[in-house]
Design a protein around this ligand. Structure first.
Ligand code: PRX
Length: 636
């Protein structure tokens, strides 16, 4: 296969060819897929500054024919999905490629019978159960644009996404169990839809059996609908640049934006990166622990593995339930050979007694992966030694919702894997480090803003309903480049080390939040006048959320009052975003450090939150320097 890299020499050759002859290189890779019609041009559009890249323009296809139909001749009885439920006492289930194909077709027919058409947006808010994968693929089968919302976001966050996407249909379930937590997802959706006029129908999958309210003329049970549909459903022919999905992610300003990926480029990038980074073989059992509600779940639980005809494990639960040995138990139980998780999970499991790992053989493991945030050296070594038993290469994969798939990473066992380094760029990815002024920093041993020089098949196409926003955020800051928002270092060997965000985005347990987004949620509390949120180093989460808040009635003078105000702040965040964005520390203050022009000096707030109070830099330009003293004295 043109796309498969198996040695270091092949990597270098592929890298060079993709850089010098991208049309030829990606044209060859694309030959491996099933097309209804081949492309006229491989690469087109204006990458920058207009941000209108196109890939495989003129081609038509359906991604589910590539994920499912094309495997039926040779892999019909191969497992496509292994489902491991939240509670280990419940039975796990398995779906072969033939069964998954049938279920996707049935779900597609249910959607069609309920009026969902090509181009419609469908919001999916579901537990991590096979029906979530099935629904997502069913949308792609009929050309509806899926927008999966992680089932941890609040009703108000769902409503924001539904309204921004003008979704006409929602698919959900009655409830979900995540570890010891229970979430009545259907009733969360009901609350959200009170303010969503575009939604005409809600399909409900029965999962927990909890009672739910069904709204007449809107809500329908999947188990009623599925009885009347066929097990075959023709795939709708899509143009290469038709949208495939919208996935909302946070930026440094405003509301979360709907990142749009399209059919052909995303498909090629998902399969190519999956196969090469993890060095996947036919009999691998692959497990990505991310939820399908995040981009990692989209590309590396669902599309990448299924495009490749691999077996993908889908886990409903959390790493620590019912014990911190759960991940390792599941690996042994299902003979997982490739395991992909987040540093935050590794750090939380490192904190548990080592016996939880030592109790399992983990002998099936071959490759380990990490994603979502920088992996610190201690976690890298623990993962390598205790999980990989010193014999499994670790791939530390750097990428973003906007990049569609992995950009900088070792290829397992082929290119260098060094602790705390993402490593070398994949073929097709041309990273550069820029100075603040936008000049390229040449050579090794350099640090700067990470940007990408040329288009790649998985690049973000637009932000839903607002192309100008995409252009301004990604393509305008440094004309000629895609700007990542990350800072990075290129070491002496040319390996990249990602340092972290250089904008007002914080990365909490591998999840992205804009500080402005959390502040506006906090400000919804009736007790709050103003707030400022910054990130600070957190042992398990990577970054924690530190909120400085000015109260409406001045500083509380007793503990009870303080607790009440803090409670109302947390409540506001849980209501407007979800429990995942709850501040770790709240400091009530009487003022915020502002410049004379009214700008909050976040630099100072960050330093205080990090505990670096001895070196706050110049505070003379502040409107009220005394505020800083108060803040330092009251640090949490
Ligand atoms: O800061 C980088 C960090 O996560 C951001 C992207 O977040 P999101 O779009 O939610 O996607 C997460 C999963 C791909 C990046 O800008 N990040 C992601 N992976 C790594 C990372 N930072 C360091 N090392 C990584 N491997």
């Amino acid at each position: 296969m043109a796309s498969r890299i198996r040695t270091l020499e092949e990597y270098h050759a592929a890298y060079q060819q993709a850089a010098e002859h991208p049309d030829m290189y990606w044209g060859n890779v694309a030959e491996e897929f099933t097309w209804r019609k081949k492309w006229d041009t491989v690469r087109g559009g204006e990458f920058s500054p207009a941000g209108t890249s196109t890939w495989f323009e003129g081609a038509t296809l359906n991604i589910t024919e590539n994920c499912l139909d094309r495997h039926l001749a040779t892999r019909a009885n191969k497992l496509a999905i292994i489902f491991e439920p939240n509670d280990p006492k419940d039975r796990h289930t398995r779906l072969t490629y033939r069964e998954l194909h049938e279920q996707v077709c049935q779900m597609a027919n249910v959607l069609l019978n309920n009026g969902v058409k090509k181009g419609d947006r469908v919001v999916i808010y579901m537990p991590m159960i096979p029906e979530l994968a099935v629904t997502t693929l069913a949308c792609a089968r009929i050309g509806a644009v899926h927008s999966v919302v992680f089932a941890g976001f609040s009703a108000s966050a769902i409503a924001d996404r539904v309204n921004d996407a003008e979704a006409s249909f929602v698919v959900t379930a009655d409830g979900l169990n995540r570890g010891a937590k229970q979430i009545p997802v259907k009733s969360v959706v009901d609350d959200a839809l009170l303010t969503c006029p575009s939604v005409r129908g809600v399909l409900v999958v029965e999962h927990t059996g909890w009672p739910v309210q069904m709204k007449e003329d809107r809500d329908i049970w999947f188990h009623d609908e599925v009885r009347n549909v066929a097990k075959a459903c023709p795939a709708v022919e899509m143009a290469a640049e038709d949208p495939l999905f919208i996935l909302y992610t946070s930026g440094s300003t405003g509301k979360p934006k709907g990142v749009v990926h399209t059919q052909a480029g995303y498909m090629v990038w998902a399969q190519y990166t999956f196969q090469n980074v993890f060095q996947v073989e036919e009999n691998d059992i692959y497990w990505c622990t991310a939820d399908i509600g995040w981009v990692t779940g989209h590309t590396y639980l669902l599309y990448g593995p299924l495009l490749s005809g691999s077996t993908s494990l889908l886990f409903e639960g959390v790493p620590t339930y019912p014990s911190p040995g759960r991940f390792w138990e599941v690996i042994d139980k299902h003979h997982v050979s490739i395991f992909y998780t987040a540093p935050t999970a590794i750090r939380s499991l490192m904190a548990a007694p080592l016996d939880h790992v030592l109790a399992y053989s983990l002998s099936s493991l071959r490759v380990l992966g990490s994603v979502g945030e920088p992996i610190n050296e201690e976690a890298w070594h623990w993962y390598h030694q205790h999980v990989g038993k010193g014999r499994c290469p670790i791939v530390d994969t750097w990428w973003q919702t906007e990049t569609g798939g992995i950009m900088i990473s070792a290829l397992a066992g082929i290119t260098p894997s060094v602790p705390a380094r993402a490593g070398l760029p994949l073929p097709g990815v041309q990273p550069v480090l820029l100075s603040q002024e936008g000049t390229e920093l040449e050579g090794n041993d350099q640090e700067g803003y990470l940007a990408i020089k040329a288009s790649w098949p998985g690049v973000i196409r637009t932000t839903w309903g607002d192309h100008e926003r995409a252009r301004q955020v990604y393509f305008q800051p440094y004309p000629g480049y895609y700007f990542t928002g990350d800072g990075a270092r290129r070491d002496e060997q040319g390996l990249y080390r990602i340092i972290g965000r250089v904008d007002d985005v914080i990365n909490v347990s591998g999840h992205r939040f804009g500080t402005a987004e959390i502040e506006s949620a906090i400000n919804e509390s009736p007790d709050v006048v103003e707030s400022a949120v910054v990130g600070y180093p957190h042992d398990v989460k990577g970054q924690g959320i530190y909120a400085y808040v000015i109260c409406r009635n001045g500083l509380p003078d007793n503990d009870l009052d303080r607790q009440r105000v803090e409670g109302s702040i947390i409540e506001a965040v849980v209501a407007h975003i979800g429990r995942i964005a709850k501040p770790d520390k709240i400091q009530l203050v009487s003022g915020l450090p502002k410049t004379r022009s009214g700008k909050i000096m976040r630099r100072i707030l960050r330093k205080v939150a990090e505990g670096e109070t001895s070196n706050l830099g110049d505070t003379t330009t502040l409107l009220d320097p005394l505020v800083v003293e108060e803040i330092v004295a009251g640090k949490k």
